[in-house]
Write a protein that binds this ligand. Structure first.
Ligand code: PGA
Length: 233
């Protein structure tokens, strides 16, 4: 199982240091992989065997892109993983599919592990499975779905930070469709909590979870890692 924490715009540098230190004491079984995506200014030289990734970066080594960070800023901390296509970047920060593809290609070229997020909005969900899949399919446009360091995260926009979760059957249905588009590991994300994570791990074609709000408490996230350790599939 892959267990990933998206810390978003939370936890200061000091808090993140403590978070990673505490989490690093969690037992991680052989089949479990843990990733943490801290806020950009909280990236650091962590003394950990956990995978630390960036939530975002500009597709450049360095240059004149005010407010952005580039490859050199990730290399400084030996970061080789990045989250791309998150719905908050698509829908709040206005990132287009073209820009995301540009980032994808740049970081693929650099050999980064890429966690690529896709997911439909409430309007597609309400319009039914066909509309949902058609919308998600567009988010695969331009993406090298056979990239060996790709992990996909299915995150319905309406489930992110809302406490709403699709039914397990719905997750299974979408995941089995998305596995046809890419055989990359496929995470589920959107209101994953300590009390639903085990059921979600056990859904066919779920290879792990991407957790936002419920990952902010390190003891909860650590407990999710421990539950993942006990899942064998
Ligand atoms: P959530 O966020 O767990 O708070 O719903 C998930 C995500 O955005 O990755």
């Amino acid at each position: 199982m892959i267990v990933a924490a998206n810390l978003k715009t939370n936890l200061t540098r000091q808090e993140t240091l403590e978070y990673v230190e505490t989490l690093s004491n969690t037992n991680i079984a052989q089949g479990t992989k843990v990733l943490v995506f801290p806020a950009t200014s909280s990236l650091n030289s962590f003394n950990t065997s956990l995978t630390i990734g960036a939530q975002n970066a500009y597709p450049t080594k360095n240059g004149a892109f005010t407010g952005e960070i580039g490859l050199v800023h990730l290399q400084e901390f030996n970061i080789k993983s990045i989250l791309l296509g998150h719905s908050e970047r698509r829908h709040i920060l206005g990132e287009t599919q073209e820009k995301i593809v540009e980032k994808f290609n740049f970081f693929k070229e650099q050999g980064f592990e890429i966690v690529y997020c896709v997911g439909e909005r409430l309007q597609e969900r309400e319009a039914g499975l066909e509309a949902t899949l058609a919308y998600i399919q567009k988010q695969y446009e331009g993406i090298d779905t056979s990239y060996e360091k790709l992990t996909v995260a299915y995150e319905p926009v309406w489930a992110i930070g809302t406490g709403l979760v699709p039914t397990l059957v719905d997750i299974e249905t979408i995941h089995s469709e998305l596995k046809k588009l890419s055989s990359a590991p496929l995470l589920y994300g959107g209101s994953v909590k300590l009390n639903n994570v085990k059921d979600i791990y056990n859904v066919p074609n779920v290879d792990g979870v991407l957790v936002g709000s419920a990952a902010l408490e390190v003891k909860d996230f650590s407990a999710m890692v421990e539950i993942a350790n006990s899942i064998s599939k």
